[in-house]
Design a protein around this ligand. Structure first.
Ligand code: BGC
Ligand code: BGC
Length: 695
């Protein structure tokens, strides 16, 4: 049943982007694809783009009426005593100290000495930074103790008031976007695309709690998660960082994850970040850092709900999108940052820029961007290049010459200090003395991994199960094949150990279980043959499990802008494997590891069963839990996952979303079989390719 997914809570009127016919109708009916309709939409979009898609140089004041837009009702209210304390602190601070608070430098581009000298407000580790490293990915396997030790040194530097400046605890931000995955040995959860398929707020709460605990073990304070993008074009290289194309699903999940992360800001609570504000998932052609062209109504109904949910749960920071809205870079979009987010919605936490993002603003450079300060960004994130020093100097000048009002700086610092106080940073001891720091029993523990494994089970979506080949018996003779059967990097995806996770091998992972290892543990007759060669050895097998799919990528490196969604064109070796298994006469169960839905008609035709497994993370055992019966020959775990993304029926059906009119995916949002279903998907889906790039 698909319909529960299609209701968009909170949407009382017909949204401006239009609603399709009951989408359940179009399931598995590829003959109803209407190319001409897509062309019409495309032409309309072109006309619209031409009129408003030009990159603009200047900050946008704007004149939209937000009076009917939602406001934030955060559980974390302003505390008058705290506000007084903030005012007192600010009154003591010099302009230099204030601007220092507005800087977040990457640990590869800053020393504790710098933190002390420039009074920096925050540090981060970008995806390619680890303690002790200078070049990208240096020391990527640094143990927990090294992370905690560096956190301690930066904290001590920030609290050193010997030169007479105010002692303000620094905070360290990290991308624990699917568990604290930058740190080797952490519990790695499925990426958000899998959690969207599970669609369970209570599970999200537990994942948030565990992630925060593991972050706290390393002595860090702040997580750049959740991504609350509603992903509208699956060519986007960050599709997997989003829960869904549907704002309703995003809204359903973001709040509980935030509550789990922040908790009540006790020792195991870390600051959550709703990102990337706004419409990061709506850029044209899925171009990362590109331009989203929408009406205000679409912005409100599609791209805002995730922020509403995260902020209503108390998220204390918001990260701005690299992208543009209707031609204006979000980093200088004063109307949306100050007008909408802060003034209308009433968000009172801090607004952080994205990594070196001001460099993309035509009028700015990495060293100077008064437009972004004036637009309402409170803290600026810098990369490994020590550009933050020039930014401090220029910002000082710009305040002195009146380009930036002094009140704007005070407002930014007020928000930063407010978040630090709310998060308990002023009251907590040094990282080394916090109760969880270096507590290795709470890091990558069996209990944490059990929750991740449950999340894997819940995220799997069954798309085909001809003659109920699944579930398999544990007594079966099973060939396990495919490049991702025993490959931790492929199953975890980007933002794991390193930014791209393309440079890591199995020996870099600690405590993970591959899909193969999960099967091997319960099926005595299983044989691993990644290239499938064993299939031709004359041995007979009851089934082959082909674990195939995408290889890791992050951000724009994963964009398919100049390609199609055709998996067989992107990864021909996977199709070749299925052909080989078919030729050997072995029934094929495909486990598809991917960061997005892709056009897989050819692979579906060559499979008896097909499971969308997304990017499951470190606990590959969750897959065997569902594919195999229990020891008594009964269903062990049924499939419960449902598509949170519409599945493309054509190689160039790149933007197919619930609400489209017409709506002709191969499988609609909400689709997903269980073991009780006997929906026969034939073996003759059309296999047409399309020329790249898609229009
Ligand atoms: C990404 C953010 C991330 C930041 C820090 C940026 O490139 O867009 O999502 O939080 O880097 O790694
Ligand atoms: C990422 C960082 C990464 C950097 C590498 C950024 O876009 O967000 O985490 O380390 O690129 O250049």
């Amino acid at each position: 049943m698909v319909n529960w997914f299609l209701r968009e809570p909170g949407m009382t009127e017909q949204p401006e982007y239009g609603r399709g016919p009951a989408s359940g109708e179009s399931v598995m009916n590829p003959s109803r694809q209407t190319r001409s309709a897509y062309c019409a939409v495309f032409i309309a979009a072109l006309v619209f783009t031409a009129s408003c898609g030009q990159e603009q140089n200047t900050a946008s004041g704007g004149d939209h009426d937000f009076s009917q837009w939602p406001t934030v009702d955060s559980p974390i209210a302003k505390d008058p005593a705290m506000e007084e304390r903030i005012d007192e602190l600010i009154a003591e601070m010099t302009l230099e100290e204030k601007i220092g608070q507005m800087i977040q430098a990457d640990i590869r581009g800053v020393t504790p000495g710098d933190v002390r000298k420039y009074h920096l407000g925050a540090v981060l580790n970008g995806g390619e930074s680890a303690p002790g490293g200078t070049e990208p990915n240096d020391n990527k396997l640094a143990p927990v103790a090294e992370w905690a030790a560096l956190a301690q040194r930066h904290w001590q530097a920030s609290m050193d008031a010997s030169d007479g400046h105010a002692a303000i605890p620094i905070m360290w931000g990290t991308d624990a976007v699917h568990g604290h995955a930058n740190v080797a040995g952490a519990t790695v959860f499925p990426h958000n695309i899998g959690l969207g398929a599970a669609n369970d707020p209570a599970l999200m709460r537990r994942i948030g709690e565990i992630t925060a605990r593991e972050v706290a073990v390393t002595g860090l304070d702040w997580n750049f998660a959740p991504t609350v993008a509603a992903v509208r074009d699956d060519r986007w290289g960050r599709t997997y960082e989003g829960y869904s194309e549907s704002p309703a699903v995003v809204k359903n999940l973001a709040g509980d994850y935030v509550k789990g992360l922040q908790g009540d800001f006790g020792p195991a609570g870390v600051i959550a970040t709703a990102k990337h504000f706004i419409a990061d998932g709506g850029t044209e052609r899925g171009d990362d850092r590109g331009n989203a062209v929408t009406t205000p109504g679409e912005l409100k109904d599609i791209h805002l709900p995730g922020f509403e949910a995260a902020l209503n749960a108390g998220a204390q920071s918001v990260m701005i999108s690299y992208g543009s809205w209707n031609g204006t870079r979000m980093h200088v979009h004063r109307e949306l940052i100050t007008g909408l987010l802060k003034e209308h919605m009433g968000f009172d936490g801090l607004v952080i820029s994205d990594w070196e993002a001001i460099d993309l603003v035509p009028a700015c450079s990495l060293q100077s961007c008064p437009e972004a300060v004036n637009a309402g960004i409170d803290m600026f994130m810098f990369g490994d290049r020590a550009a933050w020093k020039g930014f401090i100097e220029n910002t000082l000048e710009q305040v002195k010459d009146g380009t930036i009002p002094a009140e704007r700086i005070d407002e930014a610092v007020t928000r930063i200090l407010r978040v630090k106080m709310r998060a308990g940073l002023f009251d907590q001891p040094a990282p080394a003395d916090r109760p969880l720091t270096n507590d290795l029993d709470r890091f990558g523990s069996d209990a944490h991994r059990a929750v991740a494994r449950e999340a894997v089970r819940r995220s799997l979506v069954l798309l085909k199960n001809r003659e109920s080949i699944l579930p398999l018996s544990r007594d079966a003779r099973v060939l396990v094949a495919g490049k991702s059967a025993h490959d931790y990097a492929n199953q975890t995806g980007g933002w794991t150990i390193t930014w791209q996770n393309a440079e890591n091998t199995n020996s870099d992972f600690r405590g993970a279980t591959s899909v193969w290892e999960g099967i091997e543990a319960i099926v005595p007759g299983a044989v691993l043959s990644e290239d499938g060669a064993v299939a031709n050895g004359g041995e007979s097998f009851d089934a082959a499990i082909a674990v195939i799919g995408e290889t890791p990528y992050a951000e724009e490196r994963g964009d398919l802008e100049d390609k199609t969604l055709e998996h067989a064109a992107l990864y021909p070796e996977d199709l070749a494997l299925l052909d080989e298994l078919n030729a050997a006469g072995i029934p094929v169960v495909t486990v598809f590891i991917s960061g997005r839905p892709l056009y897989v008609n050819k692979e579906l035709n060559r499979s008896e069963a097909f499971v969308a497994a997304w990017l499951p993370g470190s606990e590959g055992g969750g897959i065997a839990d569902v594919l195999f019966k229990n020891a008594d020959g009964e269903i062990h775990h049924d499939f419960t996952g449902k598509l949170a993304f519409s599945w493309p029926a054509e190689a160039c059906q790149t933007a197919v979303n619930i609400g489209d009119r017409p709506y002709t995916p191969l499988f609609p949002l909400g689709h997903g079989l269980t073991y009780a279903d006997h929906e026969p998907l034939g073996d003759e889906l059309p296999e047409a390719s399309a020329d790249a790039p898609c229009r």
